[in-house]
Ligand binder design. Structure first.
Ligand SMILES: NC(=O)c1ccc[n+]([C@@H]2O[C@H](COP(=O)([O-])OP(=O)(O)OC[C@H]3O[C@@H](n4cnc5c(N)ncnc54)[C@H](O)[C@@H]3O)[C@@H](O)[C@H]2O)c1
Length: 348
């Protein structure tokens, strides 16, 4: 049996705990070491999870480690990914791929030139609910796809996240932080995005941090916090997406895909599992049964699929190229709002 790929985790914050705790579900990768900018955080995370605590440079230079899992703040992503690739490591990074599409493009090119794999969250579209939706659409269960309506409205991370400021700076906001769940799902289900239009707002230009050492501090907001976006799809079809950090104490998240003969209601793309509801015509409504992947229905599935694909010599699905397309679409939605015009994306 082949050994699991040994993974070094960089950035030992909130989401790192989730990845590491859930990793025993996966056969093909295993976290073995960790590093954080804050050495006290490295040490406590290493002790809590039985990992080797290293400096970032030592982790990237470590010959045992084949893949770096980058769980740092968005503005750090590009530099960290670049350093890991330069050190000869495959990389899987949290979303967004980078704070700007220009940086993201360089990373995709660098990984290709070095012959290394670059993967990027989200991987929820690989879960069995969304894969069931993809299969149904391919089989023609809703006829010819017409488009989709995606919504993800939350109050924003300032209420609960100890480092929430990063989500109100470049690389953050709902369009770069949470829209990737739905942009990725739409591309997976209906194909690439050709152009983007829409409006953005920032109804709450200041936020009071609600958690962590800076609780009570007021910060200004640099990014739009509410967006209504329209996507024209390359294969035909129009989708809408509303994402928001303005829906206080609320969590509304889901996707409906419309077709010429039916529709498909898909669950929260910021998670795994949930009901897949197929409606054919007016009255024929079915909750579709599907097989779950069990404990593998969690963050880290994209790394599993990347390592399996690498070993099988095929492309992986939660790829840097897909994440770049999603980042370009998210950035285009910001620009469309700023400039009050539709923004064309480069054809895929
Ligand atoms: N928190 C969530 O629910 C969640 C969910 C999905 C995705 N994510 C994504 O995961 C990433 C991390 O988010 P988080 O919530 O875990 O943040 P966090 O603030 O809890 O953790 C980030 C960690 O990175 C460290 N760090 C900062 N700069 C660094 C650098 N240059 N080198 C190494 N370490 C550095 C920080 O010290 C901190 O420990 C973000 O891209 C975020 O979008 C978060």
């Amino acid at each position: 049996m082949t050994q699991p790929m040994r993974v070094g985790v960089v950035g030992c914050g909130i989401i790192a705990g989730r990845y590491v705790k859930d990793s025993p579900a996966f056969e093909h990768w295993q976290p073995v070491a960790c590093a954080d900018l804050d050495t006290a955080v490295t040490e406590s995370f290493a002790a809590e999870h039985g990992l080797r605590g290293l400096t970032i440079d030592a982790l990237i230079a470590d010959p045992e480690i084949e893949l770096v899992l980058n769980l740092t703040p968005p503005k750090v992503h590009a530099a960290l990914v670049r350093a890991a690739l330069a050190g000869g490591k495959h990389v899987y990074t949290e979303k967004p791929l980078a704070a700007t599409a220009a940086e993201g493009r360089e990373l995709v090119v660098e990984a290709e030139e070095l012959g290394l794999r670059l993967g990027c969250a989200p991987d929820t579209f690989l879960g069995s609910a969304y894969e069931t939706g993809r299969r149904l659409i391919e089989e023609g269960a809703i006829g010819r796809p017409l488009g989709a309506a995606a919504t993800m409205l939350v109050g924003g991370p300032d209420g609960w996240h100890p480092n929430a400021e990063m989500f109100y700076r470049a690389g953050g906001g709902p369009l770069l932080d949470i829209a990737p769940y739905y942009l990725t799902a739409i591309v997976s289900l209906l194909g690439p995005i050709a152009s983007v239009a829409g409006f953005t707002e920032t109804p709450t230009p200041e936020r009071t941090l609600g958690a962590g050492p800076r609780a009570g501090e007021v910060i200004t907001v640099d990014v739009p916090t509410h967006a209504a976006t329209v996507l024209r799809l390359e294969r035909g079809g129009l989708a809408t997406m509303t994402v928001s950090f303005e829906a206080r104490d609320q969590y509304l998240s889901g996707l409906v895909v419309y077709g010429s003969t039916g529709s498909l209601v898909l669950p929260d793309a910021n998670g795994f599992g949930g009901d897949v509801i197929l409606r054919r015509g007016r009255d024929d409504v079915e909750t579709v049964k599907y097989a779950s992947r069990g404990a593998q229905e969690t963050r880290g599935l994209g790394i599993e699929e990347l390592v399996e694909s690498l070993r099988a010599g095929r492309p992986h699905r939660a790829s840097g190229a897909l994440a770049l397309h999603v980042l370009e679409a998210a950035e285009a939605a910001v620009r469309a709002g700023d400039e009050r015009r539709a923004v064309e994306l480069d054809p895929s």
